[in-house]
Design a protein around this ligand. Structure first.
Ligand SMILES: Cc1cc2nc3c(=O)[nH]c(=O)nc-3n(C[C@H](O)[C@H](O)[C@H](O)COP(=O)(O)O)c2cc1C
Length: 248
């Protein structure tokens, strides 16, 4: 434990995704507070280019869970939020000045980054009161279906979902890459790559073999390969372009 440690740092360092919840609901007042914490995150040029869909309708929740690869926790979580990049307000501001929508990559990135920061603040605030949660990128497996279920207009796309609830499991914290693997000084050091991966593979091999549930014989590079190449989601670019994102 570092001498600089404090409750915020301890909270951040003990994050782990929670995928099983007690049936207890989250009070509306608490959910609103968590969302206000999300909105308190930094936002590019103060654009706040996001919207959140709280999915309460069981039929819609089930349709989205199926679309996300049948993830049980999407059905079960007391709250499920779909975090959307939303350029409609930016577009409206432009229209007020006589602009027509161009769909620049830059603006699409701004909105997507804003969503990630919003989500992380919501999750951290949730964890600070004892809630747990998990992000659900699986909704992009069938992004068209999810967008249709939620009746999302053009210039709005679902970046990922967020399950929230009171934890009914206590998984171990997953060891991250060492800081020395990701922190470069003054210039990017490519030479370290093979050693970094070899060492981290060993760390994760121990973690996967020793954890309480879902034990497996694997390592980080194999898991990462399978995760990334198993989820190319080749439909994304054309879908997003049709919705007005990443057009140029
Ligand atoms: C944008 C994003 C999308 C994710 N999508 C999923 C998902 O669809 N299903 C899931 O179970 N976990 C998902 N995760 C959770 C990651 O698998 C998890 O954060 C990672 O394995 C590290 O584990 P930890 O959060 O327990 O530390 C996602 C995380 C992020 C940030």
């Amino acid at each position: 434990m570092s001498t600089y440690s404090n409750p915020t740092i301890e909270l951040l360092l003990k994050h782990r995704s929670i995928r099983r919840y007690t049936p207890e609901s989250i009070a509306p007042e608490l959910l609103e507070l968590l969302i206000r914490c999300g909105q308190a995150a930094p936002t590019s040029s103060f654009v706040q280019a996001y919207s959140i869909i709280q999915v309460t309708d069981p039929a819609k929740r089930s349709a989205i869970a199926t679309a996300a690869g049948d993830q049980a926790w999407v059905r079960q979580a007391p709250e499920f939020l779909v975090l959307c990049a939303d350029l409609t307000r930016i577009n409206y501001c432009g229209e007020l000045q006589g602009e027509t929508w161009q769909g620049y990559t830059e603006h699409s990135l701004v909105a997507t980054i804003d969503v990630a920061l919003l989500a992380q603040n919501i999750l951290t605030a949730a964890e600070s009161v004892g809630l747990g949660g998990v992000c659900i990128g699986g909704i992009r497996n069938n992004i068209a279906t999810v967008s249709e279920v939620l009746e999302l207009p053009a210039l709005v796309y679902p970046v990922f979902g967020l399950c929230l609830g009171w934890p009914d499991q206590d998984p171990a914290v997953k060891p991250r890459l060492p800081v020395s693997a990701i922190l470069h000084r003054d210039q990017y050091d490519s030479a370290r790559l093979p050693q970094v991966i070899q060492t981290y593979d060993q760390t994760l091999q121990h973690y996967y073999a020793a954890r309480a549930s879902n034990q497996r014989i694997s390592n980080w590079s194999t898991q990462t390969y399978q995760a990334i190449y198993g989820k190319c989601r080749a439909h994304m670019l054309s879908f997003l372009q049709a919705r007005g994102f990443f057009k140029r």
